[in-house]
Design a protein around this ligand. Structure first.
Ligand SMILES: CCCCCCCC(=O)SCCNC(=O)CCNC(=O)[C@H](O)C(C)(C)COP(=O)(O)OP(=O)(O)OC[C@H]1O[C@@H](n2cnc3c(N)ncnc32)[C@H](O)[C@@H]1OP(=O)(O)O
Length: 221
């Protein structure tokens, strides 16, 4: 029988690097598994065999489990690496993952979505587009020195967003009013950055300090 998979006990910088690389490698394979799962035309018997194998694998991820709201040791929070973010996390099978970089007065996100994120056949699910924008708009707030949470997000879908096509997501802060931050965002393809397929505007709010402490006892965003 295979040995259980457990967490390392020490957390030196080198260990963290190894741990992050291992998390990213597992995330990569799980994303490949998700992609294969939503594409397969395998017959029911093959799917049942596969189900048994996956259940066995899941059972091998033993050891201590992260608690709700606990920040993983591999993360830098706030404002840094989030290994399991459903949008940017290299360890998340749900994430594209989107890579975020500064861009002039805002931030830009790069990613390609596969058919696991399909809405209309061949195109991205509208909720997924909203998720990419929401996340990146949050990064824009953080980049502007005002970490905040979304209180309102309005999306406009101008044209369908193609799957399996490199995408460029953009966000920038357009104004502030006390604790409110106004943010604009868009999605285009890398190939034609001028054609905005989805645009969005959002209001973010920096929680007041008491609210932030209550929401995030381990460190406000
Ligand atoms: C770095 C990458 C991060 C990525 C994160 C991606 C972003 C996210 O997904 S965040 C998760 C989704 N958002 C949430 O869960 C937020 C839920 N909301 C809350 O918890 C609270 O509203 C919170 C904590 C944000 C603010 O609470 P609090 O500090 O008490 O503020 P509050 O006093 O209610 O409101 C502040 C101001 O915002 C205004 N406001 C509140 N909601 C809205 C709204 N929907 N639209 C416009 N303005 C609003 C209020 O009117 C008030 O304005 P004013 O001072 O002029 O009266």
């Amino acid at each position: 029988m295979n040995a259980p998979l457990t967490e390392p006990s020490s957390t030196t910088t080198e260990d963290l690097g190894h741990q992050r690389a291992a998390i990213a490698a597992l995330g990569h394979e799980l994303r490949a598994l998700v992609d294969a799962t939503v594409r397969t035309a395998a017959p029911a018997e093959a799917l049942h065999r596969m189900t048994d194998e996956v259940r066995r694998l899941t059972g091998r991820l033993t050891g201590r489990r992260r608690l709700r709201a606990e920040i993983p040791a591999v993360d830098v929070f706030p404002g840094g690496v989030r290994m399991y973010s459903p949008v940017t996390g290299p360890g998340s099978p749900l994430a594209p993952p989107m890579r975020v970089t500064p861009d002039g007065d805002g931030v830009v996100g790069h990613c390609t979505l596969g058919i696991a994120h399909e809405g209309p056949p061949g195109y991205v699910h509208g909720g997924m587009s909203a998720m990419l924008l929401d996340e990146l708009m949050g990064w824009a707030c953080y980049g502007a020195g005002t970490p905040a949470m979304t209180v309102s997000l309005r999306t406009r879908y101008h044209q369908p967003v193609p799957l399996e096509t490199p995408l460029r997501v953009h966000a920038r802060v357009t104004g502030t009013e006390d604790r409110k931050i106004f943010v604009a965002g868009s999605i285009s393809t890398e190939q034609d950055r001028t054609a905005e397929l989805v645009t969005a505007d959002a209001v973010f709010v920096s929680p007041d300090p008491d609210r932030a402490r209550a929401l995030f006892p381990d460190g406000a965003p």
